[in-house]
Design a protein. Structure first.
Length: 142
């Protein structure tokens, strides 16, 4: 795997991320993972600015999250993101989230399937060969 992966992002749990008990709600986990996925595609060479200019957008087709321990109000979080596998039109991404601090606890793990979609037609596009060169050890698609 390329040394620029995994991509790391950090966040602090704010009041609006939590329920009345101060525990992070599931929608906030999705937002934390969305930021990490955006940074991951940026590392692959598709920045937000380029998405807007080209009309090519990485679109989530599937998300699975396994919650291990609750994140709480005030926690500092580290999210790692990497490409697990590339197919012709799909990118399988993996993420994990840890609390920053004394325990470095694993809070959740996430898997996403992402498809590149060309707008406005809404048609899937092949994974760029440049991505394959960055991610795959042998340079081939799965």
């Amino acid at each position: 795997m390329n040394p620029q992966f995994p991509v790391h992002t950090e966040a602090e749990v704010m009041f609006y991320d939590t329920d009345c008990a101060g525990v992070v709600s599931n929608i906030a986990y999705l937002r934390f993972y969305e930021v990490a996925r955006t940074r991951l595609t940026d590392a692959l060479g598709l920045t937000v600015t380029e998405m807007t200019a080209s009309g090519l957008f990485p679109t989530v087709a599937r998300t699975e999250i396994d919650y291990r321990k609750p994140a709480r109000l005030g926690d500092r979080l580290r999210v790692r993101a990497w490409v697990e596998r590339l197919e012709k039109v799909r990118m399988h991404c993996r993420f994990d989230m840890h609390r920053i601090g004394d325990d470095e606890a694993l809070l959740s793990e996430c898997r996403q399937v992402v498809v590149l979609v060309q707008l406005p037609a809404g048609r899937p596009r092949r994974i760029p060969p440049e991505w394959v060169a960055l991610v795959a050890d042998d340079g081939s698609l799965a």
